[in-house]
Design a protein around this ligand. Structure first.
Ligand code: NAP
Ligand code: GDP
Length: 328
């Protein structure tokens, strides 16, 4: 049986990583391409998935047997705080169109991408797959979080009413090549890489937003790509799986800034702008379910992954997504 695997959001950070892994791992291996598979990576220029008709046409065109659904309005803390309604509406529309088109086209399996932002803010740690709906998300991203939580609700409803095989993955903070390196709207790692790069190049101050004290768990996009491919082939339950490094890998934003300074080779001092928000203090997530099911996984060490990302950014500066240049 041949398979057509459609990756929505296929030209973003995570989509490009899946494309890289599927094309570079040995054919037929656990994470490599299988001979009966056709992989299709699409972006908003192929179809605006907020629109039901464009979504339907995309499914008509590719007739996917499997979907990895990554497309979303995505951004860091500061973009989430500015556009709560847009994050809620756009993501609800995108997710509803993808899931319903998948149902109508009898897609055999859909893995949608959530985020550890969906978890309650006030909850007993570590976060695990059973706690998604056990309290309100952090107020800084409640639009995005509620839209993403609904995917889990929809997955269960599609399964109960129609028997659909829809599930979800819950990654922690992701970084890697092809990220959005915008100075204002990106996530912390790409944002700080860009800021530190400019500070070194122009001899200007390097300023980190907030106190530097919040803690995060980061996963390299190439590692995450392998975990998505594993889920596609080896996981068949509606219940979500957290895709993450271990809880002991939580690092402070200051540690991240120090590692970026080292990887860029910035020699000046840097400061914290404590007038800027810290967001959620921490959201440590357990990867116990993942490792038990997979039988272990070798994650790329954080400093190595960060260096590879910095090297990619410096090499691709003219073409990287940096926001300011695109607007110019
Ligand atoms: P990204 O780099 O911003 O890529 C987003 C992708 O979604 C792009 O390909 C974009 O298309 C597409 N897209 C956005 N709006 C669309 C629309 N209306 N119609 C069709 N496509 C649309 O984001 P990412 O970091 O790879 O995120 C991928 C998934 O991981 C998302 O579901 C996100 O919520 C989740 N996630 C990300 C992180 C993180 O730290 N980055 C953490 C946890 C979960 P264009 O290329 O045309 O813009
Ligand atoms: P979050 O994990 O969803 O909150 O997303 P982010 O990747 O945006 O990380 C936010 C954390 O990094 C907060 O504690 C911010 O104060 C801190 N931070 C420091 N500098 C930056 C920056 O340049 N951009 C972003 N997005 N966050 C920053």
């Amino acid at each position: 049986m041949s398979s057509v695997i459609l990756v929505t959001g296929g030209r973003g950070l995570v989509g490009k990583a899946i494309e890289h892994i599927i094309n570079t791992e040995p054919v037929g291996s656990r994470f490599g391409k299988k001979s009966n598979e056709t992989w299709v990576f699409v972006s908003s220029s192929d179809a605006d998935l907020r629109d039901p008709e464009q979504s339907r046409q995309l499914y008509e065109k590719y007739k996917p047997t499997h979907v990895i659904h990554l497309a979303a309005l995505v951004g860091g803390l500061f973009k989430n705080m500015k556009y709560k309604l847009t994050f809620l509406r756009d993501n609800m529309l995108i997710n509803d169109n993808v899931l319903h088109s998948s149902y109508e086209h009898k897609t055999q399996k859909v893995i949608s991408c959530l985020s550890t932002c969906v978890f309650p803010d006030k909850v007993e740690y570590p976060l695990d797959e059973t706690k998604i709906h056990s309290g309100l998300p952090h107020e800084s991203n409640f639009g995005y979080a509620h839209a993403k939580r609904l995917v889990d609700v929809q997955n269960h409803a599609y399964k109960e009413q129609f028997g659909c095989n829809f599930t979800s993955a819950i990654p922690t903070n992701v970084f890697g090549p092809h990220d959005n390196f915008d100075l204002e709207d990106s996530h912390v790692i790409p944002g700080l890489i860009h800021k530190c790069y400019l500070a070194k190049k122009n001899g200007t101050p390097f300023v980190v937003s907030g106190t530097g004290k919040p803690l995060r768990q980061f996963i390299y996009s190439y590692d995450l790509a392998k975990l998505f491919i594993w889920m596609l082939r080896e996981y068949d339950s509606v219940e979500p799986v957290i895709l993450s490094v271990g809880e002991e890998e939580e690092v402070s934003i200051k540690t991240v800034a120090d590692a970026i300074v080292k990887a860029i080779g910035f020699e000046g001092n840097y400061t914290f702008d404590t007038s800027k928000a810290d967001g959620q203090f921490r959201k440590p997530a357990s990867n116990k379910k993942l490792l038990t099911l997979m039988g272990g996984f070798q994650f790329t060490p954080f400093e190595q992954a960060l260096k590879e990302t910095v090297d990619w950014f410096v090499k691709n500066y003219d073409n990287a997504r940096t926001g300011k240049k695109q607007a110019a």
